[in-house]
Ligand binder design. Structure first.
Ligand code: HEM
Length: 420
């Protein structure tokens, strides 16, 4: 296995030799959870991956599509703000509210409606826990009996079954709805409708299986929700611990809003400090700290080392974000470091790669960032937040979960007071 923990090595893997490292290794947990890796994230490099990724980009993730979902984001953000306002200074769980905000947006635009009320938080938690679990059989195949004995495989099958029940229901609902219409305008079709259209038109050159449709929905559901809400919670938590940064951000929001009741998406480009705060959060807490494993497809010489074809390759984005040779006082939360800096997270600057880079880089960057910016801007614009029960900011529990996605271990509980 190859582990890259420097920006230079990351650049070699994800830029110089990107094509050679564009494969994903076949791993047993993703295989169990994503219908034999027939989703976008875990499918091997090749024509199938290109086609399924292209469907998600064309119909959900490109700039024009992301912009077209603006009303959904603004409506869901307003609903979250309303819920916080109604708390009347009682303790609220910002982790849970962040989860539902992101999940409602993702589900509305990809599945046609939100599914609030279902036990998604628990299901998704089990999903990323199993996905990120150390699976001995992936490294030493003859020891895979340990994964059976440890109960890991049973857990994976149970999560896969629970998710499948949900996804099967979503597909059935869409199929039933289709019996009632056939001249619905294209704009009203969500991602599931589009996948079913492609399936019935046999438009890909290969049959789009029901399982592949479910795998793609699962990808968008899990990759979209878990990462973005984790980041929102980390930003809010760091702001609680850094009143100076919070105040500066609130000042920026107040200036931009000009007395209006809400910050809108058209305001976000004027919020330099907000953008710097988000970059700083993604540097310190990359939601997928080790990105998604890659695999070399050919022998390759990398920084003087001979790497054989088939080597599992991990890029440690967390280590790069904390590298003292790249970042001054790397453990400090200081958004100012990104003001007047061209460093961005879009895959061109290898010192900041929370979304990965290159061919296998995250196609959901725009989709994620705009909902993240809008939610963060509005929460801090509308409310002053304090920790309950006399907890001091410096004592806020910032411990991290140990799974594929980096979450704050304990929920972020606050008391919110309207600012005006
Ligand atoms: C803060 C939010 C997000 C972060 C930090 C994030 C991060 C990542 C990372 C690190 C990868 C692997 C990149 C690599 O191997 O180089 C990835 C892949 C992916 N992400 Fe995201 N992601 C986020 C949001 C989203 C959203 C909102 C969606 C869709 C709605 C999405 C869909 C995907 C998909 C489909 C892939 C697989 C790409 C491939 O293998 O070709 N992500 N993401």
């Amino acid at each position: 296995m190859l582990v890259a923990s420097s920006a230079e090595a990351a650049k070699e893997i994800m830029k110089t030799h990107d094509l050679k490292f564009a494969n994903r290794p076949k791993l047993s947990m993703p295989d169990t959870l994503t219908y034999g890796s027939s989703d976008i994230t875990f499918s091997p490099y090749g024509e199938f991956w290109r086609q399924v990724k292209s469907i998600a980009v064309v119909h959900l993730l490109n700039t024009a599509r992301v912009q077209s979902f603006r009303q959904v984001r603004e409506k869901q953000t307003a609903l979250m703000i309303e819920t916080i306002a109604k708390s009347h200074k009682s303790v609220i769980d910002l982790s849970e509210l962040s989860f539902w905000l992101v999940n409602n947006i993702v589900c509305t635009v990809s599945l046609g409606k939100s599914y609030q009320g279902l036990k998604f938080t628990d299901l998704l938690e089990r999903f990323v826990h199993v996905l990120g679990a150390l699976c001995i059989g992936n490294f030493i195949p003859w020891l895979s009996w340990i994964d059976r004995l440890s109960g890991l495989q049973d857990k994976a099958h149970k999560v896969a079954k629970d998710f499948d029940d949900f996804l099967e229901g979503v597909v059935k609902e869409h199929l039933d709805k289709r019996k009632e219409w056939d001249d619905q305008s294209k704009e009203d079709r969500d991602l599931v409708d589009i996948l079913l259209d492609i399936q019935s038109a046999n438009a890909l050159g290969f049959a789009l299986q029901r399982e592949t449709i479910k795998a793609i929905i699962l990808d968008v559901f899990a990759a979209g929700t878990d990462t973005t809400y984790a980041s929102l919670v980390w930003s809010l938590s760091e702001l609680m611990r850094h009143p100076r940064v919070m105040k500066k951000l609130q000042q920026e929001a107040t200036e931009v809003a000009q007395g209006r009741s809400m910050i809108y998406e058209s305001d976000l480009d004027k919020m330099e400090y907000l953008k710097a705060t988000i970059k700083e959060t993604l540097r310190l807490y990359p939601p997928i700290p080790l990105l998604i494993p890659r695999q070399s497809m050919q022998d390759v010489k990398l920084m003087g080392y001979d790497i054989p074809a088939g080597t599992q390759t991990i890029v440690n984005a967390w280590a790069i974000g904390h590298d003292p040779t790249l970042w001054d006082e790397p453990d400090e939360f200081r958004p100012e470091r990104f003001l007047n800096s061209s460093i961005d997270y879009k895959g061109l600057h290898f010192e900041l790669i929370p979304f990965g880079a290159g061919r296998r880089g995250c196609p959901g960057v725009q989709f994620a960032i705009v909902m993240y910016e809008l939610a963060l801007a509005n929460v801090i614009y509308k409310f002053n937040l304090e920790l309950p029960n006399g907890v001091e900011a410096k004592d806020l529990d910032m411990s991290e979960t140990n799974s594929l996605t980096l979450h704050k271990k304990t929920p972020l509980l606050v008391i919110a007071t309207p600012r005006f």
